[in-house]
Design a protein around this ligand. Structure first.
Ligand SMILES: C[S@@+](CC[C@H](N)C(=O)[O-])C[C@H]1O[C@@H](n2cnc3c(N)ncnc32)[C@H](O)[C@@H]1O
Length: 199
């Protein structure tokens, strides 16, 4: 099941996504510095891969890995670089428990996708199940805001601050690294987290 409202949001926003998001989706460029060491034939998922910014970096960093990008928006996926499309598996699906099998991935990357998902606590459990024991999770996303109006405005843009994603992740995973910075002079914070699955 693909929820139509997020799909139609990206039908419009995909048209200017790559030329606008550098201005507020901070930390995405730093993500590759935290790619962990993995076995050669590792299995990697870019969850909510969008237009494929990190698929390209993952392909270069892990040349022999099996890499999958999943996104519910066909409009975003259409913008993934063609040479990358040929070297990874792309799935146009809504991510949920039965999308993958248990213990499948060595690494799951989520760049500004978690805060857009429905029922974030369930999604975090789903990620844990899809990760192998000791598999790694690498996330960059919005973290907090002190401004109610901003939270409401972001909700209209399908981003939820209410689920406190990073607090949840810190409870459920063994954190290896976390960095929090201010965006737009403190209007919000964003965090980058590298953590290990211990289930
Ligand atoms: C803000 S974009 C980030 C895209 C990319 N990771 C990046 O850093 O540029 C969030 C993406 O997550 C996708 N997404 C959100 N919820 C999803 C779900 N439940 N299943 C699959 N994709 C989802 C959206 O369609 C969108 O392309």
């Amino acid at each position: 099941m693909i929820p139509t409202d997020l799909g139609s949001y990206y039908r419009l926003h995909s048209k200017f996504y790559d030329v606008t998001r550098w201005a507020f989706l901070f930390g995405r460029n730093s993500l590759q510095k935290f790619f962990p060491e993995l076995p050669d034939k590792a299995n990697i998922l870019d969850l909510g891969c969008g237009t494929g910014k990190h698929l390209k970096q993952l392909r270069l960093f892990y040349p022999k890995a099996e890499i999958t990008g999943i996104d519910l928006s066909s409009d975003m996926l259409r913008l993934v670089n063609r040479s990358i499309v040929e070297s990874v598996e792309i799935r146009n699906e809504y991510y949920e428990a039965d999308t993958f099998t248990e213990d499948q991935f060595d690494l799951i990357v989520c760049s500004y996708s978690l805060t857009m998902m429905d029922d974030i606590p369930t999604i975090v459990t789903t990620i844990q199940n899809h990760l192998k024991h000791s598999g790694m999770l690498l996330v960059v996303d919005f973290d907090s805001t002190a401004f109610n109006w901003f939270s409401k405005w972001m909700k209209k843009n399908h981003v939820s601050f209410e689920a406190n994603v990073f607090q949840l992740l810190e409870k459920k995973f063994k954190v290896e690294f976390k960095m929090t910075s201010k965006g737009w002079l403190g209007l919000y914070t964003f965090s980058l987290l590298l953590a290990k699955n211990y289930i």
